[in-house]
Write a protein that binds this ligand. Structure first.
Ligand code: ATP
Ligand code: MG
Length: 603
């Protein structure tokens, strides 16, 4: 391909909003342009690498027996109403109406669409297991799209869905997918950290995220220094606190103390001259779409209920909860939402807190709280002799004992794990890293197949519901992450597998024998299926070298008069990212480049 015949608008300046390397370099190298916030267009150079990532993903999916289909991007809202996600997906889902007033969704993901296709096609156990995938456009109305295609609104995802007669079969496909994901990222030159989303204590794994380390990562990973425990902080658990030791003398009776104007934990620490870890902090949350059975829970009798299409027969559209945790720790809202089976939780407003606790702000506590259900963290159960707000102005309780002075409605692990906590699996020290999620595999069980009424007949003619798994990879984010991992100050350094071109030929002056040889070499290389860009611009060599470095094309071949005039005419060959320049005889150049390119492609 001739440079002047394609469209590679390289830039010297850095776009103002591009704060990470991949965003800067994709713009500067002419791979990408912005259409609007969160909406990007790939130009020819960018699309070449994008297609290579897609091809690797496709090859590995086909390799594990997944079947590619091409559903539409716009799907009927009806399907989302069936699964229950019409209400629960939130504002990230773009809903549109057609001219007849029908509801449609621009797919943010496709569990519903694919499951409806499978529902129509599935009849017998003989068709199972069945794994289907697409590589297709997704739209999510992200609140804050950022970092270029790392988090955009429209992007491309490989999403696969598998259907099974039993757990063993689901597990087999899940493991095959996990292995395929490892191969995909390795082939793209990426170092991924597979992160289990289960709790280390429970073992097993129902979900695994494939993360790359990144200073701007949206995820915090919790890793163990001594074993391979790795979890997203959203799900991470740690070794629970030791149970309270039987004490020589019993904890004195609960006692209210006067704490005028003392509202924060810090003020209370100063006032009582003690540490935050002796306090029980109580937070009030509003939860939406709670699928937990609240019958008998404090304050739950008056709550509205709604029939749900999802697995739980009924949900509470809105309910308030109190969460109690040791004063030096933070509540993990993702874990709390999971415990409550809620689609979403958020802190209650100040007014709501005062109304529900019947006390001024800052004096919430678990003792005597009867208006809403209380969820206590395991650390609260392990506290021997606590201090807490007394549900009355300027008053705290001391000598608070879990089980004696209050009994929570639920006790669960809802703490946010931090560096320095101990590993639930081996006791080692946990530490944090920032990461970006490139892919996700997940065992869904019956969640969609039940709500969408998928069934098949088993060997004995009985009607059964299949189990399901879901497996996603972001193509754009994967591509951007390759650049994050492979670049220097001058530009991108592509791994051969996803390079837009494998070699660039730079004639020092685009005229005479230099030009002629550049064309002959390009033709020869193309003949041996090497992807070549010939820089035929009338630019100074320095400009061409800079652009070649920026674009990151693996092999640079410089054709110059001086080297052609040697006894044995030669060209200069240099690998991007290395400093050594080699002279290669013109007569051997095609074979040598072919060897170099294939050596990298094969490994
Ligand atoms: P995130 O937490 O980063 O928003 P997610 O959990 O919503 O990701 P999934 O629903 O599991 O992501 O989607 C599968 C993959 O799609 C992700 O691993 C990621 O690679 C990609 N992806 C998701 N959202 C975006 C986005 N806004 N822009 C680019 N890629 C995305
Ligand atoms: Mg998301």
């Amino acid at each position: 391909m001739l440079f002047t015949q394609t469209l590679i608008p390289t830039l010297r300046e850095v776009p103002a909003d591009a704060v990470i390397a991949s965003h800067r370099l994709m713009f500067r190298s002419g791979m990408l342009r912005k259409l609007a916030n969160g909406l990007f267009a790939y130009l020819p150079l960018g699309l070449r690498s994008f297609r290579k990532v897609e091809a690797i993903v496709r090859e590995e999916m086909n390799g594990v027996g997944a079947l590619e289909i091409k559903p539409t991007v716009v799907v009927p809202g009806e399907l989302w109403k069936e699964s229950g996600r019409w209400e629960t997906m939130g504002d990230a889902m773009l809903k549109v109406k057609n001219r007849l007033g029908g509801d449609f969704v621009v797919s943010p993901t496709a569990e519903e669409a694919v499951t409806s296709l499978v529902r129509d096609a599935l009849a017998s156990y003989r068709q199972l297991p069945l794994t289907i995938y697409q590589i297709n456009t997704k739209y999510r109305d992200e609140i804050r799209p950022r970092y270029g295609v790392m988090r955009s609104r429209e992007f491309s995802m490989k999403d696969a869905y598998s259907y099974h007669a039993d757990e063993a079969s689901l597990d087999e496909t899940y493991q095959a997918m996990a292995a395929a994901y490892r191969r995909i990222f390795k082939r793209c030159g990426l170092s991924v950290i597979p992160v289990r989303a289960d709790s280390g204590a429970m073992g097993g794994s129902d979900s695994e995220e494939f993360m790359v380390e990144s200073a701007i990562g949206d995820n915090t990973l919790i890793l163990c220094r001594d074993c391979d425990y790795a979890a997203n902080v959203e799900k991470a658990s740690c070794k629970p606190e030791a149970a309270p030791q039987p004490q020589a003398s019993p904890v004195p009776a609960l006692e209210p103390i006067h704490t005028p104007g003392v509202k924060t934990i810090e003020q209370l620490c100063a006032f009582l001259k003690t540490d935050a870890h002796t306090f029980i902090k109580t937070l009030i949350y509003r939860a939406r779409n709670v699928a937990l059975d609240l019958s008998g829970a404090p304050g739950a009798s008056g709550l509205a209920k709604r029939k749900s299409a999802a697995e739980a027969p009924e949900v509470y559209p809105e309910a308030f909860f109190a969460a109690a945790i040791r004063g030096d720790l933070e509540v993990n809202e993702v874990k709390l939402a999971a415990v409550l089976k809620a689609s979403e939780i958020s802190l209650a407003t100040d007014d709501e807190v005062e109304r529900l606790t019947a006390a001024p702000l800052g004096f919430a506590g678990p003792v005597g709280l009867t208006t809403i259900p209380l969820v206590a963290d395991l650390t609260v159960a392990a506290l021997q002799d606590g201090i807490t707000g007394a549900l009355a102005g300027d008053t705290h309780y001391v000598h608070v004992v879990y089980g004696r002075d209050f009994v929570p409605w639920l006790t669960a692990d809802i703490r946010t794990v931090v560096s320095g906590d101990r590993c639930a699996r081996c006791g080692g020290e946990l530490y944090e890293k920032k990461g970006n999620e490139l892919g996700h595999i997940f065992k869904l069980g019956y969640k969609y197949t039940r709500s969408m009424q998928v069934s098949y007949l088993d060997e004995s003619g009985q009607t059964c519901i299949p189990l399901m798994g879901t497996y996603g990879i972001g193509i754009d984010r994967t591509l951007a992450s390759v650049i994050e991992e492979h670049h220097d100050d001058e530009g991108i350094i592509w791994p051969m597998s996803v390079a837009p071109y494998q070699a660039i030929i730079i004639p020092i002056t685009y005229a005479g024998p230099v030009k002629a040889l550049a064309h002959t070499l390009a033709a020869d290389l193309e003949q041996s299926r090497i992807e070549v860009l010939l820089d035929d611009r009338n630019e100074r060599p320095g400009v061409k070298f800079k652009d070649a470095d920026l674009m990151g094309i693996p092999y640079r071949v410089v054709v110059g008069e001086k080297n052609l005039a040697r006894d044995v005419p030669a060209v200069e060959v240099k690998r991007r990212g290395e400093t050594a320049v080699r002279l290669v005889e013109v007569s051997k150049a095609e074979a040598e480049l072919s060897r170099l390119v294939h050596r990298e492609l094969d490994c």
